[in-house]
Write a protein that binds this ligand. Structure first.
Ligand code: KG4
Ligand code: ZN
Length: 347
């Protein structure tokens, strides 16, 4: 297999990760997470995350190089997450990438984290058909994207009007007294609950909402409904089944995510849906998406769960795509962009 040898660095939130690819072939993906340091605060503490990135960066880089069996001098380019994310976290990865690029005299590519979440699928399932509809579900974003070209032509066709899906998982977990991050815990315990036990609301699916928000999402009403349910049980001194609440909440999330993704794919003429972002690791979402895409005759591309949550491989894969498409490097003085829009692939 050929193509550029790219080293990708990701540090936008609480994972320090380095991935290495040759073209579309994944050679290494090493991640150090600071998640346990944040768990007792119930969310990521930016200052703590920045310091953890600083400590983990060089050991993670060394592990990735050893895993790929290459020397730093062999890489053709350095790619790095330029945004969106936490400013103090992004800056650590970006500084490391700039230092490597200038010492090694290699080109630097500052890339979009969200686009990386979608692009990572290429190393497992090949290049995307045009157009491909992407369902991007992470801790900070929930979007439907029409991808015509992963390096240059991405349109947002739907988004959440309030909370992101991952955020809803994290908030509901906290309501239920479960640890942070909520997604993986709810995913695990929901398997033992009844998804039909409680009829939680499906945001923006009523007829009048569909007129204006056919491809948009809303999860704040769902989160409030879970809170009310728990409060009512406490007031009435009734014990709740945490597994039933988790399963019913998860069903409501997976139901709207999949329903609107399939509708959008059909509407925009895409025969393929690709999943991306941390919530795409969710078992029920993956299962229901499989059922509904099969019924609609749509091809579903699901990256392995380990490539759904934040990782360096996605930044390396996207870097190789951008280079192969012929784009020149970023300037060495680019800044981190905490609010980088998904339509901007490169800084
Ligand atoms: O993409 P990601 O790793 O980081 C961001 O870019 O935000 O996504 C993190 C989010 C968190 O909200 C976490 O609770 C959620 O993804 N998550 C999951 C699962 N694994 C991670 N949500 C549901 N089921 C999972 N298995
Ligand atoms: Zn992410």
């Amino acid at each position: 297999m050929s193509g550029p040898l790219v080293l990708g660095i990701e540090s936008s939130c609480d994972e320090t990760s380095v991935g290495i690819v040759r073209g579309t072939e994944l050679l290494a993906n090493q991640t150090a997470s600071s998640v346990e340091l944040h768990a007792r605060f119930g969310g990521v503490v930016p200052e703590v995350a920045s310091r953890a990135h600083l400590e983990a960066m060089i050991p993670t880089l060394e592990r990735a190089l050893a895993d790929a069996g290459i020397d730093l001098g062999e890489v053709d380019a350095i790619s790095v997450t330029a945004g969106p994310g936490l400013m103090g976290s992004l800056v650590v990865g970006l500084s490391a990438a700039k230092a490597l690029a200038s010492v090694l005299n290699k080109p630097l590519y500052g890339l979009n984290h969200l686009v990386g979440h979608v692009a990572v699928d290429i190393c497992e399932h090949g290049l995307f058909p045009r157009p491909t509809l992407a369902l991007l579900v992470s801790g900070g974003h929930t979007q439907l994207l029409l991808v015509n070209d992963i390096t240059s032509d991405i349109a947002e066709v739907g988004t959440t009007i309030d909370d992101a899906a991952g955020e809803a998982y994290d908030k509901v977990a906290r309501l239920l007294g479960l640890p942070y991050p909520g997604g993986p815990v709810i995913d695990r315990i929901a398997a033992g609950g009844d998804p039909r036990a409680i009829a939680f609301p499906r945001g923006l699916t009523a007829r009048h909402d569909l007129e204006k928000h056919r491809f948009d999402y809303s999860f704040s009403g769902l989160k409030t409904a879970v809170a009310r349910y728990v409060e009512r049980a406490e007031r009435d001194q009734q014990t709740i089944s945490v597994t039933d609440v988790a399963a019913s909440f998860q069903e409501a999330v997976a139901d709207v995510l999949t329903r609107k993704a399939v509708d959008a794919a059909q509407h925009f003429g895409s025969g393929t849906i690709v999943l991306g972002g941390g919530v795409a690791a969710n078992l029920r979402l993956r299962g229901l998406m499989t059922e509904r895409t099969q019924a609609a005759g749509i091809e579903l591309r699901r990256p392995s769960p380990g490539l759904c949550t934040d990782n360096g491989a996605m930044i390396a894969v996207l870097g190789a795509q951008v280079i192969t498409a012929g784009y020149g490097p970023s300037s060495l003085d680019i800044s981190a962009d905490p609010g980088m829009p998904v339509t901007k692939v490169m800084a």
